[in-house]
Write a protein that binds this ligand. Sequence first.
Ligand SMILES: NC(=O)c1ccc[n+]([C@@H]2O[C@H](COP(=O)([O-])OP(=O)(O)OC[C@H]3O[C@@H](n4cnc5c(N)ncnc54)[C@H](OP(=O)(O)O)[C@@H]3O)[C@@H](O)[C@H]2O)c1
Length: 250
Amino acid sequence: MSRIAVAGATGTAGAKIAARLTAAGHTVVPVSRSAGVDLHTGEGLKEALAGADAVIDAANAFPSDPAADVVGTVAGATRLLLDTARELGVPRFVLVSICNIENPVFDQNLYYVAKREQEKAVAASGLRTTIVKTTQWHEFATNPAAVVLGDTEVTVGDWLVQPVAADAVADVVAALTVAADAPEVVELSGPETIRLPELTRRLLAARGDARPVRTVPAAVPALAEGAQLAPAAARIVGPTIEEWLRARTK
Ligand SMILES: NC(=O)c1ccc[n+]([C@@H]2O[C@H](COP(=O)([O-])OP(=O)(O)OC[C@H]3O[C@@H](n4cnc5c(N)ncnc54)[C@H](OP(=O)(O)O)[C@@H]3O)[C@@H](O)[C@H]2O)c1
């Protein structure tokens, strides 16, 4: 049984990861502002990480100020976690990241540049680390990064995606965190490709939401052409989109 600090423990993936670890008998220490820990200021962080056997970074510490430095703030949160883990002697660190962010077509995407910086900091940390890179999750169907949920219509960027369920991501992250022999990098994807507006349309229909979905150009044109599909080395994990929708609406 281990003590595991989960950054982003209230988030889409973090909550599922925390639930799995708790069910497996581990003690989860939540790291999020709602738990009194702020990855921008460091408030509460040493107390949260003290005595931990591992830290999972599934946070999304995006700055609330639109004028703020996105790369510095998002990557800075991970660097602060790493520095604190090292200082307190926490040996193990797992980061949740995104497939394909290293593709030069994303050089102007500040969030992806921040994720690259996170990955570099983790790899150089000297801790025993695993980076779990995944394609977009099924839950991305309503993510503000590509979707605007308006009162009368929903607009969705024309991404071609190969989504994976956040539940499947959580299974892998939780298992690898406590594994003795986890690899340094794991890539994960779901089994099917779909255009994001169609995924959103199917999710809204399953929820009985009648708002029409309008496709708008993707912010990065390469996203429409498959720059976010599964890399060749990705592990493919279910459920399918249909199975995921059915499980959500049962
Ligand atoms: N969504 C996808 O399709 C996808 C795909 C691949 C990888 N990822 C990666 O997975 C990670 C998690 O994404 P998600 O969608 O699960 O995030 P999310 O649902 O937006 O949750 C974000 C979490 O971060 C915490 N947080 C935000 N700012 C914080 C701060 N300043 N200090 C401490 N905690 C803070 C939030 O808690 P509080 O609000 O309580 O602070 C929350 O628990 C991200 O790194 C993302 O890049 C996402």
